[in-house]
Write a new protein. Structure first.
Length: 276
């Protein structure tokens, strides 16, 4: 398994996981390159809620979707609030939030669907993108796992929602953990570190490390361990292990950019015609 950045048209780079079949689904994670937004959102900012010009964001979304062969008008997104709400997207929600943040699905940090041709789309700048694909039940999902969402188990709750909605069995599911802030760059205070130690006994040494006088949080490990415990086989979980903060010229990073910055997008969709 591998996470690979591919150069597409118009200097747009897309990150993809080799474990996710291109014959059956479309997925991708954007970078900063290939858009029209001005600083500090330069240039492929895909978020409508960060203060960027909305016309530029819409153009960026159209460019990103075009190189993936997706219809921008059908991308379905949500108002992300670092919570634990999961929403099952049907055909009637297709396109919500694609050009108007006020129309996005409210207060939701994970989306799932079994409807082909409905791209699920969320935004990130250090938080963890977690993508899911159930090839057996033909369903996909995406979660936004910041430290608060990770602490609340948003990834596992997304998996459970897939089971409830589509009959997903964890052993049949594939998951991918995208670029996010890495443990070397993610220092946290005593209170946050203690919350993670309390929430994940037995994993605390893998998730929270104390080095150079600071607590460092490993969100990649925290989400991976939760998914393993929920029943997804180790071999079915792909981790990009790419740090957004240490690669801030390539990815948007809230921490490295001082809080005023754009957002990457992660998208996943079932192809409208699925091969056997």
């Amino acid at each position: 398994m591998a996470f690979v950045l591919r150069l597409m048209e118009k200097n747009i780079w897309v990150g993809q996981f080799s474990s996710f079949s291109s014959d059956r689904i479309i997925h991708g994670i954007s970078t900063r390159f290939g858009g029209v937004s001005d600083s500090p959102y330069d240039s492929l900012n895909l978020a409508l809620h960060v203060g960027d010009d909305s016309a530029a964001v819409i153009e960026n979304r159209q460019r990103f979707c075009q190189v993936l062969g997706l219809s921008a008008e059908r991308i379905t997104t949500s108002e992300q609030v670092h919570g634990e709400r999961v929403f099952c997207v049907t055909e009637k929600e297709a396109g919500r939030g694609w050009r108007d943040y006020g129309d996005a699905i409210s207060q939701t940090d994970a989306l799932l669907t079994n409807v082909p041709g409905v791209p699920l789309f969320l935004c990130y700048a250090d938080c963890v993108p977690v993508l899911f694909w159930d090839p057996k039940r033909r369903a996909v999902a995406i979660a936004h796992a910041g430290w608060k969402g990770t602490l609340q188990g948003i990834a596992v709750k997304t998996l459970r929602a897939m089971t409830a909605a589509f009959g997903t069995t964890p052993k049949d599911c594939l998951a991918a953990i995208g670029p996010a802030i890495g443990p070397e760059y993610y220092s946290v205070g005593d209170e946050v570190a203690e919350q993670f130690r309390t929430a994940f006994p037995g994993w605390e040494r893998e998730i929270v490390r104390f080095t150079s006088g600071c607590h460092h949080l490993d969100l990649w490990a925290a989400n991976r361990l939760q998914l393993e415990a929920a029943g997804i086989p180790v071999k079915n979980i792909d981790t990009a292990a790419v740090c957004t903060a240490s690669n801030a010229k390539l990815f948007f990073s809230y921490r490295a950019d001082g809080g005023k910055t754009g957002r990457m997008g992660a998208v996943i969709a079932l192809k409208e015609q699925i091969g056997t």
